[in-house]
Ligand binder design. Sequence first.
Ligand code: SF4
Length: 167
Amino acid sequence: MINKRCSGKGGESSADKGYEEVRIEKSKNVCNVCEDYAKRQSAKPVAVMCCDGACLRGEIARQAANILCHSIAPEKTVRICLGGAFTKNTGQRSLVRNAARVIALEGCFVNCSSRMMNGVIKGLEPEVVIADRLYEFDRTMFGVDEMPPEQILAHARTVARKIADSL
Ligand code: SF4
């Protein structure tokens, strides 16, 4: 006899296949400095959302997003706070929704930032950039502690420059 609770398939309809449903608690908390930032940045044409993963690949993507948005192309790009944009329908999500161009900078092929934001903005079609395809490294590495910080920065700069060339 199959125990449906343990099979992982109980209650899943065919319409749900391929998707996970999440229930996010609404927050009454508003970060005014974040909302002010979103208003100030709203005229910029390119929104850059990054997966911000905690592993080596996510860290390189995170640093690349910061270099791109704050050093190389600050006049064209706005760096999105992914957690704020995903969990709250306020300024950060509006930056993504209204941008002429949205770049999803992913640490790896799991594509977390684009999948997250596709779940909260209907019809969103970000340009997905998989950062770890843009630099050479030992692909058996996982943690941020497995690569020297200066090497991480060098790879982040490589990724940022390659994206900047497409702007
Ligand atoms: S895209 Fe990859 S590196 Fe980024 S959060 Fe997801 S699993 Fe981690």
